[in-house]
Write a protein that binds this ligand. Structure first.
Ligand code: ZN
Length: 145
């Protein structure tokens, strides 16, 4: 994707996550949830491990996608690790609002680097790239319940 056009995004942070994604890979013994974004061609395989207290103890993603989808997945894994599934679902909802241009209180506190993707709201065709990982997270949590 043409990152040069995204001058209002926090390009350095996004580039860092997309070129060196955090929690990339698979988890042993976990069948990943697959989700794709046909409009861009992004594919994600998300693996989660949730303990008996409902805390996300481990997470990994794999797949291929544009810079925004990869960066968003990396940021999402950072934001929700060691959080409860209830918090993770709430964060997913907040993130979705954020990238659609809605004001979200304490976005950075909750979402960390993922809050830097708020500029995506100016590029409607990229919203699905940004929300792919978060939608995969929601589905993976629901499947485990
Ligand atoms: Zn994409």
């Amino acid at each position: 994707m043409a990152l040069s056009k995204l001058d209002s995004l926090y390009r350095a942070v996004i580039l860092d996550h997309s070129s060196h994604p955090h929690h990339k890979g698979k988890l042993d013994g976990v069948t990943p949830l697959k989700l794709n974004n046909p409009t861009c061609g992004d594919i994600i395989f998300l693996s989660l491990r949730i303990n008996d207290q409902g805390i996300i103890k481990n997470i990994a993603f794999d797949g291929s996608g544009c810079s925004i989808s990869t960066a968003s997945a990396s940021m999402m894994t950072d934001a929700i690790l060691e959080k409860t599934v209830a918090e993770a679902l709430k964060f997913s909802e907040k993130f979705s609002k954020l990238v659609q241009g809605e004001k979200v209180e304490k976005a950075e506190e909750m979402l960390g680097d993922a809050s830097f993707l708020n500029g995506v709201s100016k590029f409607p065709q990229r919203i699905k790239c940004a929300t792919l990982a978060w939608n995969a997270l929601k589905k993976a949590i629901i499947l485990k319940k």
